[in-house]
Each structure stands twice: as C-alpha cells, then as structure tokens.
Design a protein around this ligand. Structure first.
Ligand code: VL7
Length: 135
C-alpha cells in the first residue's frame, strides 16, 4: 500500500521560493506577487494515480500523473517550459524528476503527521515548503 496523500493542504511555510523562482527565470514583477501567496494543494490519489492542484488567488497549476509513467509536462502559468517528467516512489516519498532545459529540476513530497512537505529544486536552488492538512 502506497502512502495516502489525499486531502486539502494549506501552506504554512515557504523557504527560498525566491531563489527557486529566480533559477526558473521568473521575472521580477511576477516574483513579487508570487512570494506573497499562500497556495493550497488539493490532492486526489487513487493508488499510483495523482491529480495535484496547486491553487492560489493569482494562478493555479494542475498536474496529473501516474507514478512510474513518464509524461510530457508543460508548466503552464509558471515558467511555461516543457519537461519530460517522471514521478517515482522512494518508500513513501514521491520523487519527481523534470527533464528539460533546466538542470537538476524536480521535487520531492513526503508526509509527517498532518504535515505535507515539498522540496522544489532547480539548478542550485532548493525551496522548502510545508503544508498543513485542512480539517
Ligand atoms: C507548482 C511555482 C514559480 C512562477 C506564479 C506562482 C503561482 C501557485 O510543481 C509544483 O507542484 C508539484 C508538487 O506538488 C505538482 O505540480 C509546484 C508551483 C511552483 C513556481 C513559477 C511564479 C508564478 C503559484 C500555482
């Protein structure tokens, strides 16, 4: 049985989002707005199938994938790049590699108690986010 990520998760902290956005080449004005956001993750999981919505008052991002199946990701509304993306299990962690123009791009999710952790990497930058499960 894989770990259960289902639920609505609200951001509680967002460390070095600025560095991550700079590494992605996000422009200054967009970064100013994006930094103020407290996004929510809405995750629907059926076994190895995931629908992850990242919702905010500024922009939303939608991702659907099956663990172990590489797919073409277009980061619409973010940096608008194309990646060959693969998510795999590392025990109960979800490990994502986003192959494309940017080196070392990807993310890792894991859960501890009622907290959802997310580390986003691009080039030499790591952004550490924590979300808390909504009641
Ligand atoms: C998705 C944002 C910064 C552009 C807007 C900021 C809008 C809300 O890949 C991600 O999540 C994975 C794992 O949960 C599932 O798709 C992170 C948000 C990254 C990068 C780019 C700033 C403009 C933030 C959508």
């Amino acid at each position: 049985m894989p770990a259960d990520y289902n639920g609505t998760w609200n951001m509680v902290s967002n460390d070095n989002f600025e560095g991550y956005m700079k590494a992605l080449g996000i422009d200054f004005a967009t970064r100013i707005i994006a930094k103020m956001l407290k996004p929510q993750k809405v995750i629907e999981q059926k076994g190895d199938f995931f629908h992850v919505q990242t919702l905010s008052s500024f922009r939303n991002y939608n991702a659907e994938f099956t663990v172990g199946v590489e797919f073409n990701e277009e980061t619409k509304g973010l940096d608008n790049r194309k990646c060959k993306t693969l998510v795999t299990w590392d025990n109960d962690r979800l490990v994502c590699v986003q192959k494309g123009k940017k080196n070392n791009r990807g993310w890792i999710h894991w859960i501890e108690g009622d907290q959802l952790f997310l580390e986003l990497s691009c080039e030499d930058q790591v952004c550490k986010q924590v979300y808390k499960k909504a009641d």
